[in-house]
Design a protein around this ligand. Sequence first.
Ligand code: BGC
Length: 268
Amino acid sequence: MEKKLDKQVAIITGASSGIGEGCAREFAKEGAIVIVNYPKASSKEKAEVIVNEIKASNGDAIGYQCDVSKEDEVIKMFADVSARFGTVDILVNNAGLQSDAKFTDMTLEQWNFVIGINLTGQFLCAREAIKEFLRRGDNGKSKSIGKIICMSSVHQKIPWAGHANYAASKGGIMMLMQTIAQEFASEKIRINSIAPGAIQTPINKDAWDTNADMQNLLKLIPEKRIGQPEDVAKAAVWLASDDADYVNGTTLFVDGGMTLYPGFAGNG
Ligand code: BGC
């Protein structure tokens, strides 16, 4: 069967766990050469396990350490990957984290930390990716010269008390994505976001860890199930593929209906 991302070089940031890991596996299944980016030495082993499993299933992947909030490291990652594989075709701008606090207790350090990884990291990676797409031009692998998928969140739309830094970063991603999509659509570059809801990963373990927590969480999800990384990863594959060639500057919500205001069912 024809693979949707055959031989396309995909950098997936924050790919040593969670949604990024899911994307790494699905992109590899569709024939992409996957760069499993991980943030620090302590995640190296996790990234290696993913890389080895991909290779064992006849996929192609390497691990690459880079803190996406550091300009010099991001520039080096894109240069190294382009030198080794010829170019970069796809960026999944996924790396993200939370550092939650009541607003009046939130430190500037917590604010800067989350904005630095979630928003500045996406800016730096998108900028280097677009520079490489424009330098290389059409290489016949896809109808677009490059694709970027920005991992946002339902919290680009749903306000989230106790998570002001995180929600602000995701709101920022929405306008960053739309603005650069507008800026580069005429160059045949497609840039879109995915807004996941509650996906069962380490980032939100507190919300699903116990049965009571899970039941509470499910009240917010009309489909009455927590999402899995594959739910998001399959949407990311589609957005990166030529099947989505006319999709640009949009946010695809993958949230089991979380943004449908479930509190209003039978109420209001
Ligand atoms: C957050 C999760 C949360 C989900 C739904 C995500 O963006 O990272 O912690 O469970 O949104 O609220």
